[in-house]
Design a protein around this ligand. Sequence first.
Ligand code: F6R
Length: 622
Amino acid sequence: MCGIIGYVGSKQALPVIIEGLQRLEYRGYDSAGIALISPAGNIEVRRAVGKLQNLVTQLQEEPKPLKGSVGMGHTRWATHGKPTELNAHPHRGPQSRVVVVHNGIIENYVQLKQELVQSGYSFNYSSETDTEVIAHLLEKCMLREGDTLEQATIKTLNRLKGTAAIVAISLDDPEKIVAARLSNAGAVVIGYGAEVEHEMFIASDIPAILPHTRRITFLESNEVAVLNTAGVTFFNSKGEVISKEIVTVNIDAISAAKGGYKHFMQKEIYDQPQALSDTLLGRVDLENGNVKLEDFKFSKSDIAAIEKVTLIGCGTSWHAGLVAKFWIESLAGLPCDVDYGSEFRYRDPILTPNHLLVAITQSGETVDTLAGIEEAKLKKAKVVSVVNVVGSQAARVADGVIYMHAGPEIGVASTKAFITSLADLFLLAVYLGRERGKLGADRAQSLLQSLVEIPNLLANTLLENSIYDQISRKFYTAKDFLYLGRGINYPIALEGALKLKELSYIHAEGYPAGELKHGPIALIDEGLPVVAIVVKDGLYDKVVSAVEQVKARDGFVLAIASEGDELIAGKADKVIYIPNTDPLLMPLLTTIPVQLLSYHLAEIRGCDVDQPRNLAKSVTVE
Ligand code: F6R
């Protein structure tokens, strides 16, 4: 999500930091900031809202260039708090003697803040971030307890819950930078000076420091690194010195920005287990079978009064809505309909104050979805947005927000935002069901348990599988594909067809398997590949019979089936197996093969995977 860079050495730190931030900007561009220890003995902090260029312009307007050879920078993708200058990193301790940048989420920051306030600290900058508490804790350890910066960092690390990559500098220990990685936070890369001896780098991604070094070490969970011109020392969370290996990386900067993947979309497909874990973080109470939705601000009586739910979205976000309809109806016991943002407002929908409108949008800027929100607000319905981009219009205008926490999605075709919006919508359905007394604690517990297991199952579904390559080689010249699914997996057939169309420009259609015999069966011949989602749920036999109908007409069937299903292997031409889970959660897994298939077909056809023709990442015109 956010990007971090740090430098200590004999050169001026500022150009190194700015160049690093440029390479990290894809991770977030809500705000950017830098901090330097100046030769005059101050910490200079500069921050600007919006893209990095705003900060660069601000720095160019300074009467004299900022100097210092110890410093760090941050580019923010907002999670806690709006994208304002006050919330931009770096954040200072109360006496501005410690400055910190952070990537991740501190789950217990409210409790820590209360403790600090009780021990006499005031939060004078009053940012809305969870990061400020880290700066306060570090400064407290250094000023009140006489700790060095690394001792303070180790103590602080042991107090934090959540995921966090932290980098700190201090006026009271001015020749070093300290970095820490709590739990499974984003990567923290330590770089060893190559061109010039006696310099060290730190970054949240390899490309930020690739122009300077290829010799790196990754910080693991709960480790601390102390960097100065003499090198680096590593500690574990007990404060013991540990040794770590240096690896030499052999990649160019652009491919590193994609984390070694060829395309952003490919990276984003493989990022999905992590994105889903981030989405679930702090929201699932397994013990009591409850869900916490931090920005879903409706009272119990408002929730009890809801009579109907309408889900709106466009493209992939609309498909997420089609899946969620099953969840809202079966878990929350509420009637639910789904509409395209672009259609909804033009049909004069019947809406009342007891109506909940759920707007699903990765960008939060899709004009058709925003217009649907406006229509609902005019008619006094309650509006909640399921959004990825923090502070976007859909988040600002809604009465409540459920963030996707997918991180920046750069590939134009949506992948990890789809999976994380599904997770959000599932959480919403469980939440409504629990609050309205329609869903018992036992069933909720078992569903949530299955949900938290999905990131691992996703990782299994993403393991190397040569079938994608085989199918792509066989069918890359096909003119059409047909995707079949039924029940809760029918929207995944639609999603598969959409992904294939937009990425590879092959025409594709998604159909409910039961409708095959009512028309599309006329299309079947050996030249039309059929992708059938045929998992073990209540409709399994019905989809198997559709597969048989295709085979009887010499069609080619690629089945996406449940692990252990031997019957389907005897019927379909090829099978991609996915792990078993609760049938309600299957769409989170059946999505992966349709994404990978489209990706491979687009690749083999030489299409521009990340920026398919005619498309834009957020559609802000009608
Ligand atoms: C398809 C895709 C689009 C978007 C649609 C809505 O891969 O990315 O169909 O899903 O344009 O965008 P958001 O979710 O930003 O409103």
